[in-house]
Design a protein around this ligand. Structure first.
Ligand code: DX5
Ligand code: ZN
Length: 236
């Protein structure tokens, strides 16, 4: 199973984000994860769509925008126009299934891949009526809002459950869509990444394990990649 790694620039030095994005691409990143926070859905304020536009000029990788904002439907079109390849909204930011589905449909109509994120306390059942509208589920393995928090191992059964559900629906060819990708975000490092992959995640968002003062971006990416790449049984 191919596992993708998306470094989160939330953990990078904000004064040199262009260089951070270039370093991530050079180190083999599959996407750049951009955490958008509005000071309402989460306490912090981070980036707007102009940042996505600016960073897209430094990389050919898809920009994976994680909207931690209230009223996410207002922001879908602007971020899509700014070149986001994927836009993920939080299910908790909507008042019900109808507006959530409308926002996911708007993301797809704008040409980006729709994703849906779940806070740690939100159960998988919150997605029940939304399957088919999203390409990726972002399972938060920390409380959204900051980099550098410890991984919540109690999220592993949720990852397993959603991965199993994705597999079941894919086999049944429900809505004719490809398998929904299970992504994890928060506290992902070389120790926790294999646990998530074993549980069924195939997309890893990693902030402080890639962008840290203690090692280079290349070393951080290499450590993560090695941790989730099964050793070749013919070697050794
Ligand atoms: C948290 C963000 C994450 C964050 C991850 O709200 O969604 O993307 O940057 O950072 P680490 O990997 O350090 O937990
Ligand atoms: Zn994120």
């Amino acid at each position: 199973m191919n596992v993708e790694i998306a470094p989160s620039i939330l953990a990078a030095d904000f004064s040199v984000l262009g260089a951070a994005v270039r370093a991530a691409q050079d180190a083999g990143a599959d996407a750049i994860h951009v955490d958008v926070m509005d000071g309402r859905f989460v306490p912090e304020i981070t980036f707007g769509r102009r940042m996505v536009e600016a960073l897209a000029r430094h990389t050919s990788l898809p920009m994976d925008v994680h909207l931690m904002v209230a009223d996410p439907q207002r922001h879908v079109a602007p971020f899509a126009q700014s070149g986001a390849g994927a836009i993920t909204v939080h299910v908790e930011a909507f008042t019900g299934t109808v507006p959530a589905r409308a926002a996911l449909d708007a993301i797809r109509a704008a040409g980006a891949n729709p994703g849906i994120a779940l806070k740690p306390t939100t159960p998988p059942e919150a997605l029940e009526d939304l399957w088919g509208a999203f390409d990726r589920i972002l399972v938060m393995t920390v409380e959204p809002g900051a980099s550098g928090q410890p991984f919540m191992a109690q999220m592993l059964p949720k990852i397993e459950k959603l991965a199993a559900e994705s597999g079941r629906r894919h086999e049944a060819h429900e809505a004719g869509v490809p398998a929904v990708q299970i992504a994890v975000d928060g506290g992902i490092d070389e120790r926790t990444a294999p646990l998530c992959v074993r549980a069924g995640a195939t997309y890893l968002v990693a902030g402080s394990s890639v962008f840290s003062a203690r090692r280079s971006v290349a070393d951080g990416m290499a450590a993560l990649r090695a941790a989730v790449t099964a050793p070749d049984p013919s070697s050794g």
